[in-house]
Design a protein around this ligand. Sequence first.
Ligand code: URA
Length: 259
Amino acid sequence: MLGVVELPVVAGALEAASPPSTAADPRDTGRMVPSGGPGPEAVAVAAPAAGRTAAVGVVAAAPASAPDPAELAAVRTLDGLRGLIGDCRRCRLHGARTQVVFGVGDPKARVVFVGEGPGRDEDLQGEPFVGRAGQLLTDIVEKGMKLTRADVYICNVVKCRPPQNRNPEPDEVATCSPFLHRQIELVAPEVIVTLGKFAAHTLLATDTPITRLRGQWQDHRGIPVMPTFHPAYLLRNPAEKKTVWQDIKQVMARLGLPA
Ligand code: URA
């Protein structure tokens, strides 16, 4: 069994290799962004998905570049959704990316983890959460929840790496998030875990700070959401691992997984 104190131990080795943080408020960004990027009060957006009304909150109208709601609704499988995304050039993120990073795991997973956007390793490998932060997420899934990455589903709000790992811009999130909404509809998980500020703000259509959201059950279109800190933040702040472990234990209890 993984105790409260064990996640920090697991990540001790990872922490040793962590570069210094340059984020303005890593609890909110969850990413190592250059100084001068959006601060903790950066506005969240939530684009309406096909045939749905967006939740009340901080909502931007879907830009012209956003996917056609009818095409999204017509897609019936994750493979079909990946096909619809194609060699996406709907927003400026396509310019610096190597490839679209769609998602990985069980298409019928009981739990979906949602991060912010691919980093360098993910951009190169085409799979979400495979870098150092990804290794920590893998530890949470495998050592903490006693599952495998193949048992869960892992994806991001934006499917292309923002250049220099900057935060995604509101119009980029508005363009790409309809794909995330459909991805979640197709997997239809019992629980969503949002990792960091962007995923929580996008799915919950709020700009409430992640420090207030985390650990409290929320709702995304009828699916329970547990917001927690981003693994990249944990790499820089290992003392918060016990906090995330408390959040994950709530998820495990909800899923009936043995503690
Ligand atoms: N950070 C994210 O938010 N997503 C990834 O896939 C990797 C790092």
